[in-house]
Write a protein of this length. Structure first.
Length: 183
C-alpha cells in the first residue's frame, strides 16, 4: 500500500551512526489495517535508527492522541498516547522474532518495514478499560442520556423480565415446553 511505503526504512546505503525519521500517523495509516481498533487520531512518531556494523537499533517515540469508543456510553473520546520502545534488528539466516525486542532478518536485506510494529505498539498502548476521563469538576464526561438509559435498563432496577415490552420473561416460555421422554 502506498500509505505504508515511507515506513519501509532503507538502511543499506546509510553510514554507521544515528539517523532520524519523523512520521505523522493519522487516519490514512489506520485505514491500511482493516482490524484496527483505532480509526482516527494523530500521533507523532520520532524514529531513531542507530546503524552499527552487525545490528540496527530502532528507537520509537510516540506522542499524540487516538480516538476511542467509550465502553460505558459508546461515544468517542480522545485518549492521549505517549510511549517509547526499542527494537534490535540483527542479520541471520531467515526472518524470525526472537523476542518482543529482537528481530532477525535474512542476510542481504536492504530495508526493514516498521509499519506493522508501529501498528502493534499503538494498539498495545491502549487501555483495557476505555472510558471518558473525568472533567475538571471530577464528574464523568460520558453521554448523560446514554448513562440514564443504561441505568433504566439495568436488571437492578427491574424484577426479572418486567422491563420487557410484553411483560414476560423469555424463560417463562421455555419452562412451558414439554418433551417426550423416551428411555
Amino acid at each position: 500500500m502506498e500509505e505504508l511505503k515511507p515506513y519501509n526504512i532503507g538502511f543499506s546505503g546509510l553510514s554507521n551512526g544515528i539517523h532520524h525519521f519523523s512520521f505523522d500517523i493519522g487516519p490514512d495509516f489506520f485505514s491500511c489495517f482493516p482490524l484496527s481498533e483505532i480509526e482516527e487520531g494523530f500521533v507523532k512518531l520520532e524514529l531513531t535508527l542507530e546503524k552499527e556494523e552487525n545490528m540496527l537499533v530502532f528507537d520509537f517515540r510516540f506522542s499524540g492522541y487516538v480516538d476511542l469508543e467509550c465502553d460505558r456510553c459508546l461515544d468517542c473520546f480522545s485518549e492521549p498516547v505517549e510511549h517509547q520502545h526499542t527494537i534490535y534488528v540483527k542479520p541471520g539466516d531467515e526472518f524470525s522474532e526472537q523476542s518482543e525486542d529482537v528481530v532477525v532478518i535474512p542476510y542481504g536485506e536492504s530495508h526493514f518495514d516498521v509499519a506493522h510494529y508501529v501498528y502493534e505498539f499503538l494498539h498495545l498502548m491502549l487501555p483495557l478499560r476505555r472510558v471518558h476521563p473525568d472533567d475538571d469538576a471530577g464528574e464523568s464526561a460520558c453521554n448523560k442520556e446514554m448513562l440514564e438509559r443504561v441505568q433504566y435498563l439495568s436488571p437492578d432496577n427491574h424484577p426479572s423480565g418486567t422491563h420487557l415490552s410484553d411483560g414476560h420473561s423469555p424463560f417463562e416460555l421455555l419452562k412451558k415446553l414439554r418433551f417426550n421422554k423416551e428411555n
